[in-house]
Ligand binder design. Structure first.
Ligand code: C2E
Ligand code: CA
Ligand code: CA
Ligand code: CA
Length: 276
């Protein structure tokens, strides 16, 4: 039985237990979760600001632990990245997301987060190809969200993967833009279709901090100049929404519009015409 409350999250990061022991337990539970359907994908709408049309959804992984309740991806994804498990989780997410999106209107895209470990795995391109084939989905409806950490591996292998993915025809987005370092050099060579402006810029976008707003404007300008789209993430409040629109944001994601929703609700709302 679960006893609810925020303390549930702390179980896996508690310093009462030996850290190694804690991580081993989490990974064991996570393996079981993958095998016994405790994992789900929820979908957060990506909204075009000009007409409020939902142009796509980002798939976000959810884990409901049978005893401990919800465990945040910010806890279990980094743990899985330290083991091979991330490759299995990632493959599951790609297949699930393509299968779900196959029933949506053809104009609606699905974005899937890809860990750097997974991206740099030699099988990655075939995993993507197979997920698309199994769902009979056209590649340009799938967007892979990558972070700058994909560039930390073998650069020739990374280049080859980028070229193969472009050849396949999937879209590529650079996630959490502006939070890493030397981002600009990556933009010179990697074929991204979209930049996602990190929520931290929106959070600090207040009257007192004019610089965050200016940085958002500059990122949108840079992205436009390079022929990429921009999505501003984590928009929660009306004043933030108006501000980022004023700065030229064409796409936003955030609680102001919707949190991530279960696949069944997305499908239902799409059928009833409530979305799109
Ligand atoms: P992310 O890719 O940057 O995803 C955005 C996060 O911001 C999500 O948290 C989303 O629920 C949250 N968010 C969206 N709009 C708002 C808002 O208006 N306000 C606030 N406060 N939060 C908002 P979530 O779902 O907890 O995921 C956290 C991170 O875990 C993700 O960050 C991503 O790095 C990772 N993640 C989630 N699912 C997957 C997955 O399937 N594969 C991989 N590799 N990573 C995943
Ligand atoms: Ca993301
Ligand atoms: Ca992000
Ligand atoms: Ca993030």
């Amino acid at each position: 039985a679960k006893n609810g409350g925020r303390g549930q999250f702390r179980f896996y990061s508690s310093d009462l237990r030996d850290e190694e022991e804690e991580r081993a337990l989490l990974l064991k539970d996570l393996r079981e979760a993958l095998a016994s359907e405790q994992l789900q994908l929820h979908y957060q709408p990506v909204v075009r600001t000009s007409d409020h049309v939902v142009v796509g959804f980002e798939a976000l992984m959810r884990w409901e632990h049978p005893e401990r309740g919800p465990v945040s991806p910010d806890i279990f994804i980094p743990a899985a990245e330290e083991s091979n498990l991330i490759n299995q989780l990632g493959e599951w997410a790609l297949r699930r997301a393509c299968a779900d999106a196959a029933s949506w209107p053809e104009t609606v895209r699905v974005a899937v987060n890809v860990s750097a470990v997974q991206f740099n795995n030699v099988n990655f391109v075939s995993v993507v190809t197979n997920a698309l084939a199994a769902a009979e989905m056209t590649p340009d409806r799938l967007e892979l969200e990558l972070t700058e950490s994909v560039f930390m591996g073998d650069s020739e292998q990374t280049d080859r993967t980028f070229q193969s993915l472009k050849h396949l025809g999937v879209r590529l987005a650079l996630d959490d833009f502006g939070t890493g370092y030397s981002s600009l050099s990556y933009l010179r060579s990697a074929p991204f279709d979209k930049l996602k402006v990190d929520k931290s810029f929106v959070d600090s976008c207040t009257q007192k901090d004019q610089n965050s707003a200016k940085i958002i404007t500059a990122i949108i300008g840079l992205s436009d100049a390079l022929g990429m789209e921009t999505t501003v993430e984590g928009v929660e409040a009306f004043d933030q929404f108006h501000l980022v629109c004023e700065k030229g944001a064409k796409y936003i994601q955030g609680w102001i519009y919707s949190k991530a929703l279960p696949a069944s609700i997305v499908a239902e709302r799409m059928r009833s015409g409530e979305l799109k």
